[in-house]
Design a protein around this ligand. Sequence first.
Ligand code: ADP
Ligand code: MG
Length: 626
Amino acid sequence: MIGFVKKVIRNRLAGLGLVVLFGIILLAILTPLLPLAPPNAIDTPNRFVLPFSDNALLGTDHLGRDLLSRLLWGTQLSLAVGLAAAFIAGFFGALLGIVAGYMGGRTDSLIMRSVDILMAFPYILLALAIVAALGPGLMNALIAVAVVNIPFFARNVRGVAVTLAQADFIQSARLSGRSDISILVFELLPNVASVIIIAFSTTVGWMILETAGLSFLGLGSQPPQADLGSMLGEGRAALITNPHTSIIPGIMIFLIVMGINLLGDGIRDALDPRLAKGQLEKPSPLTRVSDGLIQSPPIVSTASKAVMDVNHLSTNFEVSEVVNKAVRDVSFSISSGECLGLVGESGSGKSVTALSLTRLVASPPGVVVSGSVRISDQELISLPYEGIRAIRGRRVAYIFQDPLTSLHPLHRIGHQLTEAMSTHSRGADSVFVERAENLLSEVRIPNPERVMDAYPHELSGGMRQRIGIAMALANDPDIIIADEPTTALDVTVQAQILAILNDLRQQRGLSILFISHDLNVMAQICDRVAVMYAGEIVEMGRASDILEHPKHPYTAALLACSPQIGQGRQSLQPITGMPPTGHEPLNACAFANRCSRVQPVCQQQPVEIIDMDSQLVRCLFPVVES
Ligand code: ADP
Ligand code: MG
């Protein structure tokens, strides 16, 4: 709670709003205790006394009533009515929204169509109509303002509740046999609470204005009772001759509404950090490259025959002053038709490495701070956006872990496949369709014509991943980057997908960067393997060498905790401890604190990667088999 308040007032304007509002509310609460003149006592001989006079600090109105007293009592009334209206609207609106979103179907239609009917009227007209029907009076004004604001809450809350109602945690609550009421109250409500609070804080100012508006028109508070709106209304007749009678309540309304809105914005930003300044800015389509790197790109020999050459690539995440070095000085190359495996535990920087290659890391916060990525003869790190766009999907294609999230849920498979092709080449639709069907057969999808017409949710996980592969192949790329493509699949489907990738590699001479945390998968498909740890490559070499004769203690430890099918009962050795985060500088071997072979010298300096029998190892005391 204290943390939340701190977050809110970190926004200076919200802090100002809070102070102003707090002062006004305090005044309103203390009004009955203050030595004020009676607000309704008429004293016509002393009408229109100017502010700062002896007996009346803020002067008097057209009936000689003390304006200070009327202002404070009026503020109290306006705040109470406005807040009450907001609570009523918030309560019923949120209730309708939650129920409609959760129940769905006919209940949803019924509730939301009724809400739509309310929304169809201009709301001030609707409020006037309600007060006209109920008769003027403060209570009726309150009801009218509450009713016209219910749809706003209902719509907002229902929008969120509909999505949440399908969420897995709600489904599992249903499966556990809980009643609808208990799910609504204990599961759904806490998750929509922030929406309700945001809607509330952004509308309560409006509602105070609306009640004041009705009073101004004579439909709210009735004489002699003062609220801010009726004071404005009464002052209007003397606006030119005695402006202070309208300016004083006007300033109070201004302060209240400004205070609430500033505070409301602060609350909204604190509850939904994505809305805070800058965070919802359109992310850059290219990962930012640090200025120095653009000015002096690294000199890399272009003699190698590799399809892709990566040298000293480093990517940071920079969130305000905190720098997370997710990828440190990574170098590798992939030659034509080769499959390089990138293995390492979760968080070791595999995905960020893969995304950095075509500068897909989200920026902000991602920044490429050093290195070079070359495809054939083209340097990607300093390439402008148009150049990168021509490469993405065309020469470098990606396959992601969960195709359900990377496929568009509302387009048919055929459409998505042909779209991938038409982005990079021109041609007749029929040509693209034929090519798409061929691709589907190539990834061994039975019945391609039918699948072309299907939506992603109609297919199984394995089928979807094949579509993902077909899509990556759509433009006949030179290199495919597969980021944990089989992690979400079961073992038999995984084997099929690996077989497909292997065949494609042989038939098309495709190069693959294959990312996985599973060494057994690596063994099945990769020619060479690079092991990543804490953002660095710690060992790289031929797959068979690395998997059978690991030299780096980390690789050895990874192998020791990965089960081998068909090897009988084994005891698996978990690696104790946690990898270092990228926030600290590496002044030692990154693996030192978890390593079984650690020596004092390991803790004293970063370790360089060295070549040992054509295997690259970043270790001072590598495992050597006798
Ligand atoms: P993995 O090896 O499991 O693919 P990642 O490459 O996704 O790991 O992550 C490497 C590191 O980068 C992690 O420490 C992670 O917290 C950090 N990271 C990844 N994406 C972001 C992001 N968008 N913003 C900030 N940090 C990130
Ligand atoms: Mg990953």
